[in-house]
Design a protein around this ligand. Structure first.
Ligand SMILES: NC(=O)c1ccc[n+]([C@@H]2O[C@H](COP(=O)([O-])OP(=O)(O)OC[C@H]3O[C@@H](n4cnc5c(N)ncnc54)[C@H](O)[C@@H]3O)[C@@H](O)[C@H]2O)c1
Ligand SMILES: O=C(O)[C@H](O)COP(=O)(O)O
Length: 318
């Protein structure tokens, strides 16, 4: 019998996915896997596996039915061993276009909040009743502020389009992108040196892991702010905590972490200068609906033996 499995999800329900399974008379089950062992058990003999953050290792792939399809609920597929899937003849697809605008909205909300020092003013008013603006140091206007975008794909470009009307100078670093939208592409060193705010929009790959660590923070402009809505692994969080404590980084806003949920002993929990959101940049009513609909449509293609819309072959995203 055909088998369709959801290994894990953080959504309200899985009606679209269940409807596709029903159309193919497939057995349908929904799990809450977090570990490799749980995932192996859940996907045993499955023809289609919808995967959110469960690890898809070679051992998990080996448990699927021959010729199965793995569909990542989302854009980044760093939790899927794509090379091993290819070697086993297992197809992998992601959903690259369900919610770039929503992620960009969340990113810009975080960036503007930090650049206007709103959390710092809020803390000061709560603690002392007031403060004169200069107590919190210099505050350049947006027209005198440079924002550096690392990664200029769908989300990086959507962030740029939102920032442009505010008058920011925006620079970007992306070794694989062409200049577009009138943006200046630069090397990482220059971006770190010149930016008042650095925002990360690259996939998690071997190349980008700990892209921002002690050496990078040391090269950044004193008092810069950092926003990360890509993947937690792009930042060395111990190094970030050190840079915030020393004041080199004035503040940060993070939506993603190397361990999710955030570890109880994470140094980030104790730093008021670091805003934390729970991997929610992707979430709006419309983006979630699109994510599940597009993932279910991909499953329909897989079960019907049709070419996938968004097969992935490696590299972290796209
Ligand atoms: N927080 C969330 O809810 C959320 C939601 C969606 C996506 N994401 C993350 O955002 C990432 C970006 O999404 P996207 O849709 O813009 O992907 P995308 O593939 O359209 O763009 C990623 C860009 O990063 C670039 N890149 C690759 N390696 C790089 C490097 N070493 N330095 C700089 N740039 C590099 C690529 O060339 C590409 O242009 C995803 O990989 C995913 O991990 C997070
Ligand atoms: O649950 C999620 O966070 C969504 O699937 C987003 O995944 P993405 O960050 O890879 O798009």
């Amino acid at each position: 019998m055909t088998r369709v499995v959801v290994t894990d999800h953080a959504f309200g329900g899985v009606a679209d996915e269940a409807a596709v399974a029903a159309r193919f008379d497939a057995e349908f089950s929904v799990h809450a896997c977090r570990t490799e062992d749980e995932t192996i058990q859940a996907v045993a003999g499955a023809d289609v596996a919808f995967v959110n953050f469960a690890p898809v290792t070679d051992a998990v792939l080996a448990a699927l039915a021959p010729g199965a399809t793995v569909i990542r609920y989302g854009i980044g597929y760093d939790n899927v061993d794509v090379a091993a899937a290819q070697a086993r003849g297992i197809a992998v697809a992601n959903v690259p276009d369900y919610g770039s605008d929503t992620v960009a909205d969340h990113t810009v909300a975080l960036l503007l909040t930090l650049l206007r020092k709103i959390p710092a003013y809020d803390r000061r008013v709560r603690a002392t009743g007031w403060c004169v603006p200069r107590d919190l140091g210099s505050l350049p206007g947006f027209a005198d502020t440079t924002v550096g975008l690392v990664g200029l794909g769908r989300i990086g470009l959507a962030v740029h389009r939102r920032l442009a009307p505010f008058g920011f100078r925006v620079v970007a670093h992306d070794p694989y992108a062409e200049p577009s939208d009138g943006l200046t592409l630069t090397d990482l060193e220059t971006l770190l040196r010149e930016s008042h705010a650095v925002s990360l929009h690259a996939p998690l790959t071997e190349e980008t892991r700990h892209l921002l660590g002690t050496a990078a923070f040391d090269r950044m402009r004193e008092g810069a702010v950092v926003v990360n809505t890509s993947r937690g692994g792009l930042i060395d969080h111990d190094a970030l905590a050190g840079a915030v404590r020393s004041g080199r980084v004035a503040a940060a806003a993070l939506d993603v972490f190397d361990t999710e949920p955030l570890a109880t002993d994470s140094p980030l929990r104790d730093l008021p200068e670091v805003l934390l959101t729970p991997h929610t940049a992707f979430y709006s009513d419309s983006s979630l609906a699109a994510l599940q609909r597009l993932a279910a449509e991909e499953a329909e293609r897989a079960l019907a033996g049709k070419p996938l819309r968004c097969p992935v072959t490696g590299g972290g995203a796209r």
